[in-house]
Design a protein around this ligand. Structure first.
Ligand SMILES: Cc1cc2nc3c(=O)[nH]c(=O)nc-3n(C[C@H](O)[C@H](O)[C@H](O)COP(=O)(O)OP(=O)(O)OC[C@H]3O[C@@H](n4cnc5c(N)ncnc54)[C@H](O)[C@@H]3O)c2cc1C
Length: 321
């Protein structure tokens, strides 16, 4: 069937739903295309404490409210629809091809999000449900581990930052890293080491080590680590494990259309969220520099629509401002 729209939004996670609300409420014909079902990553948690206005709400509950609001204002939502490719036409419209149709739009907002990289060890999937002990986001979940013992895995900037954040809440944190050296920036590593070396510190390092399994009955109770040099295994009794080994952006279908970073995140200008392709914005966890939070993803969606209006008023703004 296809169709022509003012605005097509790719991915109906928090960023896409935020964009959809503002675009539809501004009376732009708006189509949201979603590969699976709306909500994105936040669907997988039942405890959100840092979305303003809600002291505690489940991901699916919050998303249900967002969908109702977006569709009330007239946005069209197509689920089970995967976007496969995009093209800028000679008249400046953007052609969007899905697995079963082709649409065009005056502007496109890319919000396909990203996924946490997994460790792929036994127990990781089993304890992924909120409250059972595997987490990928220190900012989101650290307060749930107040006074508990946790393991943190990784060696990059996010791993170090989130581990330091965790140490403010947990009674004890054991940071497991597969090398001696950290990939994180020097200043962060210095902060980490200062914390580790404090007398009586609750933060300990387990270097040259990898996690081989996560175990427990109904919830995480211990993590088994292996020393990469000696092969020796060790059991760490704990209440949870935070896995900070990176994010994988869902941007494979955008290769060759917009500019991507080495890690695959969409490059855009930080102020207006414009990609190198006029009329195409990036919003949420898919873009370089994203804060990887619900509220910032929604804000990106909203901002992209505000700047979309500027583009509609003055297409030259894309290259002049
Ligand atoms: C378990 C868990 C708990 C979390 N807890 C919190 C929390 O408490 N507080 C907080 O602030 N943040 C939390 N986060 C992070 C938060 O969920 C993300 O920052 C946020 O969802 C990012 O929104 P997004 O719209 O950019 O991307 P996503 O949520 O990833 O949504 C992207 C959507 O795009 C769709 N899509 C991808 N590719 C295509 C395609 N080719 N065609 C069509 N559709 C496509 C996907 O199916 C998905 O629905 C949590 C994340 C997880 C996984």
């Amino acid at each position: 069937m296809g169709g022509q729209y003012d605005c097509i939004i790719i991915g109906a996670g928090p960023a896409g739903l935020g964009a959809g609300l503002y675009a539809a409420r501004d009376r732009f014909s708006t189509l949201l295309l979603e590969k699976f079902f709306p909500g994105g990553q936040i669907n997988t948690t039942d405890r959100i404490e840092n979305y303003p206005g809600y002291a505690n709400i489940g991901g699916p509950d919050l998303i249900e409210k967002m969908i109702a609001q977006v569709t009330t204002f007239g946005a069209e939502l197509k689920t089970g629809t995967e976007v496969m490719s995009l093209k800028r036409l000679t008249d400046g419209r953007i052609e969007v091809t899905t697995d079963n149709d082709t649409y065009t739009a005056r502007a496109v907002i890319l919000s396909p999000g990203s996924s946490y990289r997994n460790l792929n060890v036994p127990g990781e999937q089993e304890f992924r449900q909120a409250g059972t002990g595997v987490s990928y986001c220190g900012t989101c979940d650290a307060p749930f581990f107040k006074g508990k013992k946790v393991v943190a895995v990784g060696g990059g900037n996010t791993a170090v930052e989130d581990t330091l954040h965790l140490a403010k809440f947990a009674a004890e944190v054991v940071m497991v890293h597969r090398r001696q050296e950290f990939r994180a920036t020097k200043v962060l590593v210095e902060e980490l080491m200062a914390k580790v070396n404090q007398p009586g510190s609750n933060l300990k390092l387990k270097l040259d080590s990898t996690v081989s399994s996560i175990e427990g009955t109904g919830k995480v109770q211990r993590v088994i680590v292996s020393n990469v040099k000696t092969g020796q295994k060790e059991t760490i009794d704990c209440d949870g494990i935070f896995i900070f080994v990176g994010m994988v952006p869902n941007t494979g279908f955008l290769k060759g259309f917009v500019e991507l970073s080495d890690q695959g995140f969409i490059r855009c200008d930080g102020m207006y969220l414009r990609t190198a392709v006029p009329g195409v914005f990036a919003a949420g966890d898919c873009r370089v520099g994203a804060a990887m939070q619900l509220v910032t993803a929604v804000a990106d969606g909203v901002n992209s629509v505000m700047w979309m209006k500027q583009y509609f008023r003055d297409p030259d703004w894309w290259t002049t401002a």
